[in-house]
Design a protein around this ligand. Sequence first.
Ligand code: PAF
Length: 292
Amino acid sequence: MIILRRIPGTRAFVTGAQRDGHTVGLVPTMGALHAGHGALMDCARAACGRVVVTIFVNPIQFDRREDYEAYQVNLDRDFAFCEQRGVDAVFAPPVEEMYPEPARTFVEVSGVSQGLCGEFRPGHFRGVATVVSKLFHILPADRAYFGEKDAQQLAVIQRMVRDLDFPIEIVPVPTMREADGLAMSSRNQRLSPEERAAAPLLYTALCRAAVVARDSQDPAAARQAALEELARDPRFRAEYVEVVDPLTMEPLPRITGPACIAAAAWLGRTRLIDNVRLPAVAASQHSPVGEG
Ligand code: PAF
């Protein structure tokens, strides 16, 4: 496995692999890798001749400076993780390589970036869209893999790729869950043991909302069901629960086709997000954790 730190060598690696006839799959991450990232790498590995992972903690997508400073990445551990997953190269640039000067050009995906997390994390999706578009230029891969757990991020990137004609296929990968249903996330490691035990309630609330949504087609009833479930544990503070179109992230007045029920909630000092999709969530009626 090759470790790349600079932009020219990274671009040469990708274009060289393509000249040699390989399809290149890209897995953008901010490190702190876990099995959810592993699933993205496995999907890329199964479909592409060469797999490149990026590890870059992108300062411009943090709406709170202290979150950026507290973000823990152990590069040696993450490199070993990638190597075990059969990754061919990791691009882990220093911050000066990506932003030699403060950024003055930004990519803003309007509409899709508004509401949900966009409302509570000003500038976050502008930072994500900007760094992902930089990564797509630096690594002109054939496919890029993103988790469905970050539903709004996925929708923002899909829209950006369509609007700006990036020649790359975006491949969504279903959410990986712990055995108790909690969606895998780097943030889970910030939970105390008591909070970790309580955390699956977010997914339980979403599954409950999904059942109500299926029976009633009524987003307000589904939303209410999730909020009631979350209110059972006073340590949870719901930020939002919304039933939205999975592509536009616009709230649905009625559930007649594909829908995404998305939620964010604080548990102590940790902000958790999760979502379930309809009708794909049908499986969860039989197994509450079967969707990942
Ligand atoms: O999902 C993430 O890890 C980040 O938002 C991403 C897509 C790598 C951009 O920094």
